[in-house]
Design a protein around this ligand. Structure first.
Ligand SMILES: Cc1cc2nc3c(=O)[nH]c(=O)nc-3n(C[C@H](O)[C@H](O)[C@H](O)COP(=O)(O)O)c2cc1C
Length: 175
């Protein structure tokens, strides 16, 4: 993994622990550059400290936001994040909830884009099987962040995560 000069804030919230586990893996892979922030505990208070962020959100209850993200949603949408670069990862279940796969990541992407943030880390839909998702680019070829599925494709998570982090770090390095 390449080193990056500035720290990367990793913000997440997790109901049953899957998103938290991925956030911890990201911190490990970034070898000391990442600072973990559980928004259920800390809220959004650390966000202004960062130029680079990774945010993780699971989708719950048929396309809805995870509950802790929902608490801070309006405040997040009111921030000015111009000039900040943000990559997203989402947790979902494409077999059990294939009509709403990763919808919350799509909602977070749209919210953040409206704050002026530069969104990066889009990810191909190749290798997934789902009916519908609100987390897709307009052409439907990519997710607007890394889509992870610990319920149906947990064996692919580590490989996906490593590849995606290299992509994200390359974009950040070049900026
Ligand atoms: C009741 C319930 C509703 C869910 N709804 C969705 C959904 O609408 N879309 C989706 O992609 N995943 C859905 N999931 C799957 C979760 O997003 C997935 O299990 C995720 O890994 C949970 O992350 P967490 O442990 O960080 O909370 C649902 C899971 C449960 C148990």
């Amino acid at each position: 993994m390449q080193t990056i000069e500035e720290p990367i804030g990793v913000f997440y919230a997790s109901t049953t622990g899957n998103t938290e586990l991925v956030a911890e893996k990201i911190a490990e892979l970034l070898a000391g550059r990442a600072r973990l922030h559980d928004i259920a505990v800390e809220g959004l208070v650390a966000i202004p400290a960062y130029k680079y962020m990774i945010m993780g959100i699971p989708t719950w209850d048929f396309g809805e936001l995870q509950e802790d993200w929902a608490v801070h949603w309006d405040a997040l949408g009111q921030m000015d994040l111009s000039g900040v670069q943000i990559a997203l990862f989402g947790l979902g279940d494409q077999i059990g909830y294939g009509e709403w796969f990763q919808d919350a990541m799509g909602a977070l992407h749209d919210l953040l884009r409206n704050t002026g943030a530069q969104m990066l880390g889009y990810w191909s839909v190749e290798g997934y099987d789902f009916e519908a998702s609100k987390a897709l680019t307009e052409d439907g070829q990519q997710f607007v962040g890394l889509a992870l599925d610990e319920d149906g494709q947990s064996g692919l998570t580590d490989e996906r995560l490593q590849k995606w982090l290299v992509d994200v770090c390359n974009v950040i390095q070049a900026s």
